[in-house]
Design a protein around this ligand. Structure first.
Ligand code: PDD
Length: 281
């Protein structure tokens, strides 16, 4: 295990020394929320937007934010290296309670943990990946970035065991929601489409950046629900996240997407996205 410096409850310490109690509600119940924030050349990317989502996740689980945005910025910036692509993982749990009881403890100090890792460019970014559709078996608060990810990991694992990089989740009405750990975009009849924000999806920060870039560059787009059948006939499918960026799907449910290669709209968007990242340094 890499012994980097991490942040835990007010202290910076080696990862091997960062310990929490087995009575922590994050451990016992998955009672916590998290964020993943990329950082390019020592600068946190879309920090305010990530903070807004963090505040929203905390208020949805009725946990007061332990820090102001200024405090968060200071805590997290300490962990960054001045160069390269990195990401911060941060987690806030409801803390240690005297006994295991599902209901909230009367008094508990939240546990705050943060660490920084290098972003290793995702292998399939240039060539494209395979994906499969699976029933969305998650709960009704998917807009909350909760640490309780059992459904997501079981779905991703099922995809991996079938040689795929991601599971594309489909709700009970036959509409695509998102990936197990990513948002989804499709190009249908020349228009870039992504499902609208709702409690069925995590409001991805990468998703918003892509829509902004589309708007600025006159790439036609719509936020609209996508039926699984329509996705099967899309000329392009992409998956997006902070750590993987924009990944083209070239095979979906064992069928090639168009000619089985990353499409022209992806080529253009990926170029614009990389140029935007570069422009920040
Ligand atoms: N996950 N949807 C889900 C379910 C996700 O877990 C993620 C990201 C996204 C994309 O959000 P963003 O663009 O803000 O990263 C959408 C992170 C990377 C993770 O769990 O590690």
């Amino acid at each position: 295990m890499e012994n980097k410096t991490v942040y835990l409850n007010g202290q910076y310490l080696p990862l091997s020394e960062a310990k929490i109690s087995v009575m922590d509600r994050g451990f016992l119940f998955g009672d916590g929320i998290y964020e993943v924030i990329p950082a390019y050349h020592g600068q946190l990317f879309r920090f305010q937007e990530h903070m807004e989502r963090l505040e929203n996740s905390l208020s949805n689980i009725r946990l007061p934010n332990p820090h102001s945005r200024e405090q968060w910025l200071k805590i997290l910036t300490e962990l960054l290296s001045p160069s390269g692509d990195q990401y911060i993982y941060l987690q806030v749990t409801r803390g240690v309670a005297p006994k295991r009881d599902h209901a909230f403890p009367e008094k508990a100090e939240p546990t705050v943990f943060a660490m920084c890792s290098n972003i290793v460019p995702f292998e399939g970014r240039e060539t494209g990946v395979k994906a499969i559709s699976l029933d969305d078996s998650r709960w009704e608060l998917c807009h909350v970035k909760a640490t309780t990810l059992l459904a997501n990991i079981l779905l991703r694992q099922q995809a991996v065991e079938q040689g795929c990089a991601e599971a594309v989740l489909v709700n009970k009405d036959g509409y695509v929601t998102e990936g197990a750990a990513s948002n989804i975009f499709a190009v249908i009849d020349g228009i870039l489409i992504t499902p609208p924000k709702s409690c069925e999806i995590l409001p991805g920060i990468t998703r918003d950046v892509i829509l902004e870039i589309a708007q600025q560059n006159n790439i036609p787009f719509r936020e609209e629900i996508i039926a699984l059948e329509a996705l099967k006939n899309a000329s392009e499918i992409w998956l997006t996240s902070s750590t993987r960026e924009i990944i083209p799907v070239v095979e979906f449910d064992s069928h090639k997407v168009a000619d089985g290669r990353p499409g022209p709209v992806w080529q253009n968007m990926n170029r614009l996205f990389q140029a935007y990242k570069q422009s920040l340094s």
